[in-house]
Design a protein around this ligand. Structure first.
Ligand code: 2AM
Ligand code: CA
Length: 260
């Protein structure tokens, strides 16, 4: 039995490290074009790996700031860690970033914790036990695209820019309105809470959506790849999510726009 209360406490502590950060220019490094890492991303990941290893000693880790050949999820418990989701927001003091922690077992997500320290909002779900925002149980109201906010994030360098702009043009005609948040995990959790009715990003990494995927599903929402198959827990993929009806609508729009 996993000590989920302890896990949640550690995620909150990690969030506090975001709030306490005193970021200087020397602590910001470029991974690749438009993709940054700060010393705090590494520090928070190290903190979580060290402390979570005590919660489940046999667990493996899939962390954003780990070398790719070190990200290995075994058949047992695996922690998916995004120490700061919304790093660019963090660098610019945008106050919309979070700590994202997913737990899988036998290659299936069993729990997720996504914590926004700026607003003290903890999204969490344990498979089969429902999704919560702090103490409030979440249930995704089944709305259409025209009845809510659709969100997306710009991939750092869209490979198919024309398709992407075509997607936005089509979405603009159907959505009530559109927002770009800059934190995939928070924007996905807002699908669970209903603040967003749907979400699309052309490429995300498992640590970006692992935790949020359980939270969305436990709230009655839907998340998948573009072709409708489950999101990958091993490699990057296209992510579509939404309230059941809005999910179908936005996936159809994406299928039209990205069919080439
Ligand atoms: P990050 O802040 O942890 O890097 C912004 O577009 C959202 O998409 C953020 O959640 C960001 O995660 C994620 N993102 C942007 N570019 C990415 C990439 N190349 N790989 C994975 N996630 C990315
Ligand atoms: Ca990150």
């Amino acid at each position: 039995m996993i000590d989920y209360a302890r896990v949640e406490h550690l995620v909150r502590q990690a969030g506090q490290m975001i709030l306490d950060a005193n970021l200087t220019a020397e602590q910001v490094h470029i991974k690749k074009q438009h993709d940054f890492v700060t010393d705090y991303d590494v520090r928070i990941q190290d903190y979580l790996v060290e402390t979570l290893s005590q919660v489940i000693p046999e667990a493996t880790f899939f962390g954003e700031e780990m070398a790719e050949d070190q990200r290995a999820c075994g058949d047992g418990f695996c922690f998916y860690i995004d120490p700061i989701d919304g790093t660019t927001n963090f660098i610019h003091a945008y106050q919309h970033s979070c700590v994202s922690l997913g737990i899988s077992s036998e290659k299936r997500m069993i729990a997720g914790f996504v914590y926004n320290p700026y607003t003290n909002e903890m999204y969490r779900a344990i498979r089969g036990q429902g999704a919560y925002l702090n103490d409030k149980r979440l249930w995704t109201e089944n709305r259409r695209l025209e009845e809510g906010i659709s969100a997306f994030n710009m991939p750092s360098k869209p490979e198919k820019m024309d398709d992407f702009l075509d997607f936005l043009r089509r979405l603009y005609g159907k959505a009530e309105t559109i927002r770009v948040g800059g934190s995939a995990a928070l924007d996905l959790c807002r699908v669970a809470s209903g603040s967003n009715v749907a979400y699309v990003q052309t490429q995300l990494q498992p640590y970006d959506y692992a935790a949020a995927s359980v939270i969305i599903e436990e709230a009655g929402g839907v998340i998948s790849q573009l072709d409708g198959s489950p999101v990958s827990l091993q490699e990057p993929c296209f992510v579509v999510a939404g309230a059941p009806v809005a999910y179908v609508e936005i996936r159809n729009i994406a299928l039209e726009a990205f069919k080439s």
